[in-house]
Design a protein around this ligand. Structure first.
Ligand code: HEM
Length: 514
């Protein structure tokens, strides 16, 4: 980094096209050659209040800090202002944010939590560092080119056993070294998994996040819980090693939340199942090696594990998030599936499918709330640094009211999530199904409804920048465009709300009267 010292008077002498310096946060930049290539144009740089002047406020009203950190721009710095020290610093890799409400209370200085212990804190620090070091650069690149997440990332997730931990606590973790040994397999609980889900959703790459094995997250559990041991062990090993991907293929153009209306048919023959039909909106369908498929059968419903092979065709569906998610339309054309690949009993397919929903919805809720919090942080920063009529945006009561609503939404959702997750840690599978299906349906509905309100408010705060894919409001644009995914995938909001109420009505005591 350039450390040569200049006085403000030295800098002021370089104030015209071809000889143009500026001060940004006590750093001196020589823009003489760059000014002709500046994306914002030459004229803004030669303006009297910019050329040779301290342009810190103007700069941060128009650019994200990361612009200055890019090597091609960082090298424009020729020195610093004598006697002054830079005030603005990016958050260090893996560190916590100091912006109020940018972190949940359990990670905020001065707060306490009944749920999280030292193991969770150490785990969170390691996971954040891992995600920002290993995954974030790949996420940015793949969101850009739309390709599947890099194999090197899957390899690292296998090495740290993130791929195994993502499937939740349980005996499947036995003997594995988790995150370099930071947490023991028998200690790992749903609060750890929640941390992973929340950390993974922090970098606003919604399509990439799904591409990173969103399909496996929902497609593998039926194989683990209902597959025959030989099939289960083979696939689990391949997936945890980062070599293979699974997807869950339930929805069809004919039937979405209405799983009982599926048409894809599995016919019993001497040689095995013969499957014919289609599936739509299948996350990771393009990249999956195995498909966990809900089929109609003569006995009702059956779930099969189908390996990619003859008769299986996958075509990309263009959605409003990136193709890195590998969303597919799938056709099965007389695909022969061995009987050993049946998951659960023929006729009990609905139970197999339903068994999956709580964990899926809860996992999506973890991510959704965390992504919402990142938007709160973006808005707090922008409203503080953006000047309108000579004052920060925060001087407007209407902006403060929007921030108040945003903060309240994310804080209430997080508190509810922590409570539900704590309950999960103390309930077995059956108890979770009995007590938490409604709670999880409601919290997902609440999180995604509030997410959409926050997305809309954030666009209003950012204005045109909130609908622009690059620059200052890029995270707002991405969030606003992709926020409906959480509200539809894993059960649409209205369906979930209705499910929760119906469950509550079933439990109404017979003797209850006003
Ligand atoms: C080290 C100095 C600077 C660098 C490296 C730089 C770089 C950039 C880049 C990369 C963009 C594209 C937008 C983005 O991705 O954020 C941009 C846009 C812009 N820059 Fe600069 N810039 C510098 C200084 C300044 C200064 C001092 C001004 C003063 C007014 C300025 C005014 C603008 C404007 C008006 C835009 C267009 C913003 C928009 O489209 O919303 N830039 N600059």
């Amino acid at each position: 980094m350039a450390t040569k010292q200049f006085s403000a008077e030295d800098v002021a002498k370089h104030n015209k096209e071809g000889d143009l310096w500026v001060i940004i946060d006590s750093r001196v930049f020589d823009l003489s050659k760059f000014s002709g290539m500046h994306p914002g144009g030459l004229s803004v740089l030669t303006a009297a209040d910019v050329a040779g002047q301290d342009a810190t406020e103007a700069f941060f009203g128009l650019h994200r800090h990361e612009v200055l950190l890019k090597p091609q721009y960082a090298r424009l710095q020729i020195g610093v202002v004598a006697g002054a020290a830079p005030q603005i610093a990016p958050r260090a890799l893996g560190a916590l944010s100091g912006v109020p409400y940018a972190e949940p209370t359990w990670l905020s200085a001065g707060f306490h939590s009944p749920y999280f212990n030292d193991s969770h804190r150490a785990f969170q620090a390691a996971v954040r560092k891992f995600f920002e070091e290993i995954i974030l650069p790949d996420a940015i690149a793949r969101e850009e080119d739309g390709k599947r997440p890099s194999q090197a990332v899957f390899d690292e997730m296998a090495r740290t056993n993130i791929l195994a931990m993502r499937m939740g606590p349980g005996p499947h973790l036995k003997g594995r070294v988790l995150m370099g040994g930071i947490v023991k397999p028998e200690e790992y609980n749903y609060l750890h998994e929640m941390i992973m889900g929340q950390e993974g959703a922090r970098f606003n790459s919604r399509g990439y996040l799904d591409g990173l094995g969103g399909g496996t997250y929902i497609g593998l559990p039926p194989i683990i819980n209902f597959g025959q041991p030989a099939l289960r062990d083979k696939i689990v090993e391949e997936v945890y090693a980062g070599k293979k991907l699974v997807c869950l293929a339930i929805s069809e153009a004919f039937a979405g939340s209405d799983v009982a209306g599926l048409k894809c048919f599995a016919k019993k023959t001497d040689k095995g199942w013969l499957v014919t039909g289609t599936k739509k909106w299948i996350t990771n369908g393009m990249t999956a090696d195995y498909f966990t498929v809900g089929c109609r059968s003569e006995k009702g419903m059956v779930v099969l594990c189908i390996e990619r092979g003859p008769g299986v065709e996958t075509k990309p569906i263009k959605t409003s998030y990136s193709p890195t998610a590998g969303t597919a339309y799938i056709t099965f054309d007389n695909v022969l599936v061995p009987f050993e690949n049946t998951l659960g009993k023929d006729g009990f397919g609905l139970q197999v499918i339903l068994s999956n929903f709580n964990h899926e919805r809860w996992g999506m809720t973890c991510g959704s709330i965390s992504a919402q919090r990142v938007i709160v942080e973006e808005c707090l920063k922008w409203a503080t640094q953006r000047k309108v009529f000579g004052k920060p945006l925060t001087s407007q009561a209407v902006i403060r009211a929007k921030l108040a609503a945003m903060i309240s939404r994310v804080e209430s959702a997080q508190a509810w999530l922590e409570n539900v997750t704590y309950q999960m840690c103390h309930m077995d599978y059956k108890q979770q199904s009995t007590h938490l299906a409604g709670q999880i349906a409601f919290i997902k509905m609440y999180a995604t409804k509030t997410a959409q309100e926050t997305a809309a408010d954030a666009v209003q705060i950012f204005g045109g920048r909130g609908i622009t894919r690059t620059g200052m409001g890029k995270h707002i644009e991405h969030y606003h465009r992709t926020v409906p995914f959480d509200s539809v995938l894993g059960g649409a909001e209205d369906v979930l709300g209705d499910l929760g109420v119906r469950q509550a009505l079933r439990k109404m005591p017979k003797n209850a009267r006003l």
